[in-house]
Ligand binder design. Structure first.
Ligand code: BG6
Ligand code: MG
Length: 225
């Protein structure tokens, strides 16, 4: 349920993977390799459920899908997660600004020109590297450091910190997400949520767009007021 009016909004708290850029595909690709290696079944549901989830929690979900959570020591789990990250970073290394999703650069400029504040609430420890590759670092002077979080998405902590970094109250912020866990996090933080992607998966979002190219201030205002 939308609590805020569009005119109350002063800032945007952005997810990164799957919203600003197509890295969610790279995360999935790299996790799929891990699932195959340990012999856990890969499915569309698992793939969607992993979106927004931290590295170690993602590994636990994959192992659980194969009923394998007790088959690995903590050290072996760290090794598997490290291997995934190495494979993921190989894909990130090839990225350029061409990997920015449609309309995002224009939307970031619209936000900036409109005087809105901006922060990043990505669960990814690789977010600064990805922003560099996309040449978008200058847009995000405020980034929540996932290392400081006690709980990942769907807990509200990350979106609350995103608002705090730009000195706004949650009700003055819009959070932008492609993951169900992320939308839940935004809603629990008391911010207005935008869900980008499949509306049946992101049914709890206050505002829905099937594609990033539809996200403009005018289209958001239309769905909020
Ligand atoms: C999220 C992604 O943004 O970051 C997840 O949606 C990923 O797929 C998570 O697992 C953690 O990323 P990283 O880069 O720290 O392993
Ligand atoms: Mg995401």
């Amino acid at each position: 349920m939308i609590m805020a009016k569009f005119s109350d909004i002063k800032g945007f708290v952005f997810d990164l993977d799957g919203v600003i850029t197509d890295t969610s595909v790279f995360h999935s690709q790299a996790w799929h390799q891990v699932a195959d290696k340990v012999g856990a079944p890969w499915s569309k549901e698992l793939e969607d459920g992993l979106k927004g989830i931290s590295r170690m929690d993602s590994l636990e979900m994959i192992l659980k899908a194969g009923n394998l959570q007790d088959h690995y020591t903590d050290d072996q789990k760290v090794d598997l997660a490290t291997e995934k990250n190495t494979n993921y970073l190989k894909l990130v290394d090839k990225m350029t600004p061409a990997n920015i999703l449609p309309g995002i650069k224009e939307f970031l400029d619209e936000i900036k020109d409109g005087g809105y504040l901006l922060s990043l609430a990505s669960a990814s420890k690789n977010a600064p590297t990805v922003l560099e590759k996309l040449q978008l670092t200058n847009y995000f002077p405020k980034i929540v450091d996932p290392k400081t979080l006690s709980k990942g998405k769907p807990d509200p902590e990350i979106y609350l910190k995103g608002a705090e970094l730009i000195n706004l109250k949650p009700e003055q912020c819009i959070g932008v997400e492609d993951a169900a866990a992320g939308v839940e996090s935004i809603n629990a933080a008391g911010e207005t949520s935008i869900g980008i992607g499949d509306k049946t998966i992101l049914k709890d979002a206050d505002v829905n767009f099937t594609d990033t190219s539809e996200m403009t201030l005018a289209n958001i205002k239309e769905q909020m007021d």
